[in-house]
Design a protein around this ligand. Structure first.
Ligand SMILES: [Zn+2]
Length: 239
């Protein structure tokens, strides 16, 4: 069996989008209705880096592609409330993409059902406040313990009712389990696909997961160092 090796870079990503387009698939926003024959929900879980997400939004915009970015409020790596984050999030929205919630249940990580979960309701309200506009009523879960979540007002992207007749593929851990993801689109077997793409892998694109995370780490350290000095210099001038 021939092993498939995906190249992760913004250019490779743009090329993949073009190929999917050529195969007659329409890019759909979560919650959008369609009568077109072949459709794709393109989803991004933004776990680590909003800058990478924004750059991916730019690549997609240049290819006339719309997608849904699922943003975290409880990321260990970015603060969705910082001015920089807000401008990235609103920038993504301005490019024509939609925003959903990438939920990190935290203290209730082991909870199985969310029907009346007020915490998730509050997170939706907060995120919509950050975007300063309505967001799609869909959520993905960061490191879910199972796929059996369900809420009365919001739809989990792996909800059984939602993914019925839908083929799901993902680049999790920089690995497409099915081999070349484009084969799913050329096979003719699927009319509805959900594709999960993590912006960080394609933006920092190394050969391996470890290499990509190292590139991210180095660029983050440089950025945080500059911010630290800028912040202190600013405070001396304006005590
Ligand atoms: Zn996640």
């Amino acid at each position: 069996m021939k092993l498939f090796k995906q190249i992760f870079s913004p250019q490779a990503y743009g090329k993949m989008l073009e190929e999917i387009h050529k195969m007659g698939f329409s890019f759909m926003i979560f919650g959008e209705a369609t009568s077109r024959p072949k459709n794709l929900y393109l989803r991004h879980d933004v776990d680590i880096c909003l800058e990478a997400a924004y750059n991916m939004a730019v690549v997609e915009h240049s290819k006339s592609v719309r997608s849904t970015f699922f943003i975290m409020l409880r990321s260990e790596f970015y603060n969705a409330y910082s001015n920089e984050s807000i401008s990235y999030i609103r920038g993504i929205r301005k490019l024509g993409h939609e925003i959903g919630l990438h939920y990190h249940p935290g203290s209730i990580q082991n909870k199985k059902k969310y029907q009346n979960d007020e915490e998730i309701q509050r997170d939706f309200d907060r995120l919509s406040g950050i975007v300063n506009d309505a967001i799609v009523p869909y959520f993905s879960i960061h490191n879910p313990v199972n796929l059996d979540y369900d809420h009365s007002s919001y739809t989990f992207v792996h909800d059984k009712k939602f993914i019925e007749n839908m083929k799901y593929i993902s680049d999790s851990r920089m690995f497409f389990r099915e081999g070349n993801p484009l084969d799913v689109f050329t096979s003719g077997s699927y009319a509805l696909v959900q594709l999960l793409i993590h912006p960080i892998f394609w933006h920092y694109g190394g050969e391996t997961l470890e290499a990509s995370l190292k590139v991210y780490r180095d660029s983050y350290l440089k950025k945080i160092e500059k911010k630290l000095y800028d912040d202190f210099n600013g405070s001396l001038k304006n005590p």
